[in-house]
Design a protein around this ligand. Structure first.
Ligand code: NAD
Length: 253
């Protein structure tokens, strides 16, 4: 098992939601954590504060990782703060519901940058500096596996992340492992917005469209994150954490 104590974990897009939960879970395991958000200093400060309350060393870096410059700032600040990086979690992303026919150039650019280029930029820069035996974990979505109405560009970018995971596992081995979690709808600002656009609450969505009837919490994804980083024989895998949503599909419609 990969020992997490004292490791440096960088989690992109961790000012709130899934990223914050993952950062805090690493903090609980004794990691030193670098949190990151694009704009919201207040949310970033809150993540850092919560990690420090758990007794962990933590810093926050405002940087837009959908740009090469932003990814570079994050790496530089992580190295300055803790002297190295062992774990990178590519979590930052956006999801915008739009029927494909209305998906214009601007939306395409936003999805390309936030959901795909961000993973390419951070991974390329970080992989060169990460310690041997380290781990990269991406957060994609079951929308990258199973089509969902209104999420074509988002789903296509997440599918690209799933495929990239396998290529990176191949190319970065044996020095680094690369895996991905593909969550179903999770109880976050982003996760709540999607079912609500379809006129259904996340609670009702979970009752109707999952096998467990249970809303996924960010902590569920965070638990899988530390497990996947710990298992040293795991690489190139995409694991769905989705309350069985992808199996049930829309059978109960
Ligand atoms: P969220 O909107 O609640 O939080 C996203 C965080 O990422 C924020 O802190 C935001 O500042 C940051 N961020 C976004 N773009 C960034 C950028 N370019 N640079 C730096 N920071 C950036 O979202 P969430 O629900 O926690 O989602 C996190 C990840 O999980 C995303 O990649 C999302 O696609 C994926 N996901 C979410 C769900 C869900 O239902 N919530 C389901 C499947 C996958």
């Amino acid at each position: 098992m990969y020992d997490l104590k004292g490791r440096v974990a960088v989690v992109t897009g961790s000012g709130r939601g899934i990223g914050r939960a993952i950062g805090l879970r690493f903090a609980r395991e004794g990691c030193r954590v670098v949190f990151n958000a694009r704009k919201r200093q207040d949310e970033l400060d809150e993540s850092v504060q919560q990690a420090r309350t758990l007794g962990a060393e933590a810093v926050g870096v405002l940087a837009d990782v959908s740009t090469i410059g932003g990814a570079g700032v994050l790496l530089q600040r992580a190295l300055e703060s803790f002297g190295g990086v062992d774990i990178l979690v590519n979590n930052a992303g956006i999801g915008i519901f739009t029927p494909f026919i209305n998906a214009d150039e601007k939306l395409l650019e936003r999805h390309l940058s936030s959901d795909f280029r961000s993973v390419v930029y951070t991974t390329r820069l970080f992989a060169q500096k990460m310690s041997d035996g380290g781990a990269i974990l991406n957060i994609s979505s079951i929308a990258g596996i199973q089509p969902m109405l209104g999420l074509s560009l988002y789903g296509a970018m997440k599918a690209a992340v799933n495929t990239l995971t396998r290529y990176l596992a191949l190319e970065l081995a044996p020095r680094l492992r690369v895996n991905t979690i593909a969550p179903g709808w999770v109880n976050t600002k982003l996760g709540r917005s999607m079912p609500e656009l379809l006129g259904i609450s996340l609670e009702d969505f979970a009752k109707k469209y999952t096998l467990t009837g249970r809303i996924l919490e960010p902590e569920d994804v965070a638990e899988m994150a530390i497990t996947m980083v710990r298992i040293e024989s795991l690489t190139g895998q995409i694991i769905q954490v989705d309350s069985g949503e992808s199996i049930l599909g829309f059978q109960r419609q």
